[in-house]
Design a binder for this molecule. Structure first.
Ligand code: BG6
Length: 496
């Protein structure tokens, strides 16, 4: 894979995602000298910006607020700005796509791009269909001899299986599967990319990575923020669709998958899809027993009072959308049968943390046990954010004359040292899309099976009454979330 020149076309260029993530990521790649000089960026949006305004009043503030390299802006902004263009278009107005095409063709010629295109749909999914249909019908996708066209799509990839299938049909009418890059930005995070390396490049873990030695897995992805300004989207999605269907299940897949036959996208997707297929389906009974949903009420975050979910702007006063979810699930494969995976995610929780905990089974209490001190289980923690690293908990002898045992920790922190500044997920993902590497993107089969798993939960919930709010902002979800794991004699891991 290497990057050629290309036009990187962003539909929805004046939206929140473009401002917070896409332009900052492209800028960072450019400032670090990674983005090849032949890549130009074209924003397409509804607003009638002229080019100078777009560069100075939209892109520049976006970078100042959101780029991890904002400190270098004085130095690097003008060369980045010169790559950026803007075209104002109402995306539902088919009659003006021809003009957009001419605009791109002109830039293509000026930049010597020879037809390569990335189309980034930073849009509400309702617009995917109309946009790709126009791209196809109006000749945007006609291929020259060696050129390529790729489409990047943001979540949500549908609201359920049916809508996801409809969306996929619209996309595949214009692009073959291998040119569709479905973003799950968690896959771009450093430590998540590291999961496969830790598993398959070390002799320690793989031999014991199964139900014989592993007691259970925990995955926590918590946030302090509330719904923010995304009421319209979030109130329809809830934590189940917003976090579990995609990010959390992707983490389960990376932890649970068999070693792939190679490191290409196809081989990895195949193994991940198998995990999704092996998820034990939820019956109504198990939904009641093994899934806890919650919604935050008023409370305190970092000592500051914050409103409850139902008081947030744009949220109906009787909303039953869940902002928290804890679930115990099983991967029914030979490797994992009987090993519970406890997952929890939510908004307005006490900390912003994403961590994966692999807890090993205890040894028989024959030689060392209670009287030698409290033996803690062996634990491997993969820290995804905000700290990035790996943590291992072992038992060892305390120095001295008694045989007293104490827990010790091997703690590797990747981003603790001064000056480490990990690239953000989007940098890696946009770069990979430009070079045609789809390994960190989600394949259709994974999406399909994830919805098959999630749909029955959403359907059952719709018929079961809930009493919300049931946790105060700043708590770790409702008390039932603790019960879910503690009734099995286990506990949620607290980061040391
Ligand atoms: C997004 C969700 O996909 O992930 C948001 O839509 C959530 O609701 C976000 O806040 C969390 O991402 P990160 O990278 O901050 O962990």
């Amino acid at each position: 894979h290497h990057i050629e020149s290309a036009l990187f076309v962003i539909f929805g260029a004046t939206g929140d995602l473009a401002r917070r993530k896409l332009f900052p990521a492209l800028y960072n790649l450019s400032a670090e000298g990674i983005l090849p000089s032949g890549v130009a960026i074209v924003g397409v949006g509804r607003r009638p910006f002229d080019l100078a305004y777009f560069r100075e009043k939209f892109i520049l503030p976006a970078l100042l607020d959101n780029s991890r390299l904002a400190g270098n802006l004085l130095h690097n902004f003008s060369s980045f700005a010169q790559r950026c263009y803007y075209f104002s278009l109402d995306l539902r107005d088919s009659s003006r796509y021809r003009e957009l095409k001419n605009f791109l063709d002109q830039l293509d010629w000026e930049w010597g791009v020879q037809g390569n295109r990335v189309f980034y749909l930073a849009l509400a999914p309702e617009l995917f269909g109309p946009v790709v249909a126009n791209l196809k019908e109006q000749g945007f996708l006609d291929k020259g001899p060696r050129s390529w066209k790729r489409v990047l799509v943001e979540k949500p990839f549908g609201w359920d299986l049916d809508s996801a299938r409809a969306l996929n049909r619209e996309l595949t009418q214009a692009f073959p599967e291998e040119d569709i890059y479905r973003i799950d930005h968690y896959l771009g995070k450093e430590m998540i990319q590291n999961i496969m390396v830790i598993r398959f490049a070390n002799a320690f873990f793989e031999p014991v990575w199964n139900n014989k030695y592993i007691d259970h897995i925990q995955i926590t992805s918590s946030e302090k923020i509330g719904v923010g300004e995304r009421a319209a989207y979030y109130d329809r999605a809830g934590a189940l669709r917003d976090m579990l269907q995609n990010h959390m299940l992707q983490l389960v897949a990376l932890i649970a998958m068999e070693p792939p036959v190679g490191l290409d996208a196809q081989a990895i997707r195949l193994e991940k899809a198998k995990v999704f297929r092996s998820l034990q389906p939820f019956t109504r009974e198990r939904i009641l027993q093994d899934i806890v949903r919650g919604q935050y009420g008023p409370g305190y975050i970092d000592g500051e009072p914050v409103p409850g979910y139902r008081e947030e702007a744009g949220i109906p006063a009787d909303s039953v959308t869940e902002t928290f979810l804890a679930v115990k699930l099983f991967v029914n494969t030979f490797r994992w049968a009987g090993v519970p995976f406890y997952l929890r995610t939510g908004k307005r929780l006490p900390a912003k943390v994403t961590e994966i905990i692999i807890q090993f089974k205890p040894l028989p209490e024959i030689l060392y046990f209670k009287e030698y001190g409290e033996l803690l289980p062996n634990v491997l923690v993969i820290r995804v954010q905000p700290l990035e690293g790996i943590f291992v908990q072992l038992n060892a002898k305390r120095p001295g004359t008694n045989n007293y045992i104490v827990p010790i920790r091997l703690d590797f922190c990747q981003n603790c040292g001064v000056g480490t500044n990990s690239p953000e997920a989007y940098e890696r993902l946009l770069y990979d899309a430009l070079r045609g590497d789809a390994t960190l993107f989600t394949g259709w089969e994974e999406v399909e099976y994830a919805w098959k798993f999630v749909d029955p939960i959403a359907q059952a919930w719709a018929t079961i009454p809930v009493h919300f709010p049931n946790y105060a902002a700043g708590e770790w979800g409702p008390p039932e979330a603790r019960v879910l794991i503690e009734r099995d004699g286990r506990r949620w891991w607290e980061s040391p």
